[in-house]
Write a protein that binds this ligand. Structure first.
Ligand SMILES: *Cc1c(COP(=O)(O)O)cnc(C)c1O
Length: 364
């Protein structure tokens, strides 16, 4: 493979000195979990999103399930979520015993806001909006619905660090914004990591306790918590990465612009951006009726691609017990058969982008 779908080393080498300096600094400090680096990162990340608080956690999935737990979402409750998401979004709901209620996506791959209201019942407690592939969802309508029906709003921002809707950052619209810093995310660490952001002081306080065995003061446990602590090295390295966020996002937006202007093939449907929204292009996702053929063709031409995601959560073996079958979410299922993510990563050379464009245009 000459051009992989993703590679993480180029960005590391570009800022190698800064990362190595920070890693050594933490190693030499003698303090490795929940210390000064985590505290500083939490402050910097909250400022970046535009919220009052941030709590560093061990993963994006933890951010999701701990959020619903902090909001009191439990067995018998329903949470509305889009059908076409990474399965972690759904697990965040079901780990608390609550039921996911799926809404079909629109042509921007985000929750179709016109199909939410019909799914709201007496049991609905929250809406989990996923800013998929890096594009902010249509938040004005979703915020309005949450107000009207008194629902909690939780945002899955694992793919949308820095994306905004009408000038406001994803993660700052609802009660809680959930982030992942898994290495392949736009702001990714060098291992696992996650965080929640919030403006609600009580949620902030509860999360800080929950992540550390339910204890504020050592050996005094107020609740049955969990171990979901962000470590010092990850926090330190994430601080370095956060400093470069503008440059990293612009780089992805430049690659996307080249793809959007360069790819011209009747059988390849290009992504679009909704009015008011921005995308940080976590993935550049095209659609093609002969998707598997296109993927094989590109592979033969040395170009790696990935399908995000081939099996929608409602059809996953893990969720057999929910009782869904093929045909229950036709739009979601159609996308699952047609989407393909082209190469998109920090440090991708213009020549490589051009090679992908030419290969796409040759496909017939
Ligand atoms: C990556 C991802 C998650 C989970 O994050 P982890 O840190 O891997 O647990 C959740 N939701 C979405 C949409 C993701 O892309």
């Amino acid at each position: 493979m000459k051009i992989p779908q993703n590679r993480l080393d180029r960005e590391f080498y570009r800022h190698q000195k800064e990362y190595e300096r920070k890693a050594l600094e933490v190693l030499r400090s003698g303090w490795y979990v929940l210390g000064g680096e985590v505290k500083a990162f939490e402050e910097e990340f909250a400022a970046f999103v535009g919220t009052k608080y941030c709590v560093g956690l061990a993963s994006g999935l933890d951010a999701l399930w701990m959020s619903f737990r902090a909001l009191g979402v439990k067995e018998g409750d329903e949470v509305i979520v889009q059908g076409n998401t990474y399965i972690a979004s759904v697990m965040g709901i079901t780990m608390n015993g609550a039921k996911p209620v799926f809404v079909e996506p629109n042509s921007y791959y985000n929750m179709d806001v016109d199909k939410i209201e019909e799914r709201i019942t007496k049991r609905t407690k929250a809406i989990l909006v996923v800013h998929l592939y890096g594009q902010a969802a249509k938040m004005d309508k979703i915020v309005e619905l949450c107000k009207k029906y008194q629902l909690f709003l939780v945002e899955d921002c694992a793919q949308s660090h820095g994306a905004s809707f009408q000038g406001r950052m994803t993660g700052s619209f609802g009660e809680i914004g959930c982030f992942s810093f898994y290495p392949s995310k736009n702001i990714g660490g060098f291992g696992d990591g996650g965080a929640i952001v919030t403006n609600v002081e009580s949620i902030y306080k509860e999360m800080r306790i929950m992540r550390n065995y339910g204890s504020e003061k050592r050996y005094y446990n107020k609740m049955v918590g969990t171990n979901s602590r962000l470590d010092e090295i990850q926090a330190g390295l994430l601080r370095v990465k956060l400093c470069h966020e503008k440059e990293l996002t612009k780089e992805r937006q430049d690659i996307a612009r080249m793809y959007l202007t360069g790819i011209c093939n009747e059988s390849i449907l290009l992504p679009e951006i909704e009015k008011g929204a921005t995308s940080v292009w976590h993935q550049f996702v095209v659609r093609c009726k002969r998707r598997d053929e296109l993927q094989k063709y590109l592979e033969k031409n040395g170009i790696g691609t990935i399908i995000h995601y081939p099996i929608p959560p409602h059809l996953a073996e893990a969720y057999e017990y929910l009782g869904f079958g093929e045909g229950d979410l036709p739009v979601t299922e159609e996308y699952g058969k047609e989407v393909l993510s082209l190469p998109m990563f920090s440090g991708m050379h213009t020549k490589e982008v051009e090679e992908v464009i030419e290969a796409c245009n040759r496909f017939s």
